[in-house]
Design a protein around this ligand. Structure first.
Ligand code: GDP
Ligand code: MG
Length: 442
């Protein structure tokens, strides 16, 4: 019996480590996907190198082949690189006015995004004022006014005869007078990065106390977006990025590059021309999109399914510490359902196989039916009973059987097998005594 159990656990444990070959082979595919997604070449190079260093020698989770394991690491690193969690715009504390300056090239989507953000802030209960500081583009002021009106947000404008820095200053005064929480300054872009534009932005920043500088970039410009982002960051400093026109860009490479090059978070994704088309940025989705450029996505999906493996490991530990109760039993069953492939774990679960002392070939249909009945039984237990099966006296068992729609005998069998398994778990460390591996349990 101990041998069989040992086999079961072996399947739960790692299947060795990633070799240099494993990693290099898988990363070749990743590299292709990244380049196809229009991620900046230097970013790709550094990323691949970093992942390679991290991955070689790592344990391969069971259920994954080495290639999938590398992809899993790649995916995690990409998500990390893009900021892991969605980042929000920062605000000054309390009632202090937060001034946000929108910067970016002409046509990137600054004016549109300004109004989009204003709408978001409104739903958050912030009183916002928009300032029209694009004095060059014909009809730029009117465009902001129209959008502001649509959002029900006031727009501060002084025509196009004043310097942007002066308009900004006056807008701050106005915002304070009107008790606004936020002032968003819409600035003028140029077709290309040039000194005049940068000087103007610096001037605004010197004239008013800008708390957040947000760069708006067009995702469709791909690699160019990276250069733009790094120049803006160097010259005036940015706090976050809005990536627009992602609705038209299937590649998504700009997101990874920009974050990698500037180190600044992507705050929002523009998903269309309508003022409601502004979404939170989700690094995990973007990672999938980028990796989806190659043939890697299916591999990723497979790997994701196996993430639950980690939970199974946790369970194994708890079993060994003899903390196993019916609550965990339920949890582990739902794990198994998700993982499917882990029929080996099934053999370990009381009532599903091993409990009788033999390791049967698992009839999946039968096992599933069984699982449903067992679930029904455990669901009929009170939380206390689940935690402490010793409470299960005959009258309680009767009640449970009725609740689950099964015979009492079935409840008895489950409890008995559960106790047996628990006992086995307890004995196991002794049984395997002394021969612990370097990392594994045995
Ligand atoms: P600005 O020059 O930076 O102020 O850019 P605008 O706000 O005037 O936007 C330029 C064009 O891009 C307009 O036609 C917008 O409707 C469009 N636009 C802005 N954001 C998005 C977006 O997320 N998706 C799409 N499809 N179009 C956008
Ligand atoms: Mg504009």
């Amino acid at each position: 019996l101990s041998e069989k159990l040992q086999n079961v656990f072996k399947n739960l444990r790692s299947k060795g480590r990633l070799t240099e070959d494993d990693v290099k082979t898988a990363l070749k595919e990743v590299k292709m996907a990244l380049l196809e997604a229009d991620v900046n070449f230097r970013v790709v190079k550094k990323f691949v190198k970093d992942v390679q260093e991290r991955a070689i020698g790592q344990d391969v989770m069971s259920g994954l082949n080495p290639g999938q394991m590398v992809i899993k690491i790649v995916n995690e690193e990409m998500v990390k690189l893009m900021g892991s969690e969605t980042t929000e715009i920062a605000f000054r504390p309390g009632k202090e006015l937060t001034v946000i300056m929108m910067v970016g090239l002409q046509g990137a989507g600054k004016t549109t995004t300004t109004a989009k953000i204003a709408g978001k802030l409104k739903t958050k209960g912030k009183k916002t004022l928009l300032a029209a500081c694009d004095v060059y583009r014909p009809a730029a002021i009117e465009q902001l006014q129209i959008n502001g009106e649509k959002q029900g947000v006031e727009v501060f404008a002084m025509g196009n005869k004043n310097k942007p820095a002066d308009i900004a200053k006056a807008a701050v005064e106005h915002a304070k007078k009107e008790d606004c929480n936020v002032l968003i300054i819409d600035t003028a872009g140029r077709l290309h990065v040039d000194e005049e534009m940068m000087d103007e932005l610096v001037e605004i920043k010197e004239a008013v106390d800008v708390f957040q500088t947000i760069l708006v970039v067009d995702a469709m410009t791909g690699q160019d977006a990276v250069n733009v982002a790094s120049t803006f960051n160097d010259k005036i400093g940015i706090d976050g990025v809005v990536l627009t026109k992602l609705d038209g860009d299937t590649r998504g490479g700009a997101a990874l590059s920009i974050r990698a090059v500037t180190g600044k978070p992507i705050l929002y994704a523009g998903m269309g021309e309508k003022l409601s088309d502004l979404e939170q940025f989700y690094p995990d989705r973007m990672a999938s999109r980028i990796l989806g450029m190659g043939d890697v996505l299916t591999m990723i999906e497979k790997a994701q399914e196996n993430l639950d493996e980690e939970k199974a490991k946790e369970l194994e530990q708890k079993m060994r510490k003899n903390e196993f109760d019916f609550e965990m039993y339920l949890e582990s069953m739902s794990q198994m359902k998700k993982m499917g492939g882990l029929s080996s774990l099934m053999g370990m679960m009381p009532g599903l196989g091993l409990g009788g002392g033999k390791m049967p070939e698992i009839d999946t249909d039968e096992a599933e039916k069984n699982m449903r009945r067992i679930e029904a039984i455990i669901h009929s237990m009170t939380p206390q009973e689940r935690k402490n099966p010793n409470l299960l006296n005959p009258s309680r068992k009767n009640r449970i059987a009725r609740g689950a729609g099964v015979q009492v005998a079935e409840v008895n069998r489950l409890v008995k097998q559960f106790e047996q398994t628990k006992k086995m778990m307890k004995q196991m460390p002794g049984m395997m005594g002394g021969k612990r591996g370097k990392r594994g349990m045995f």
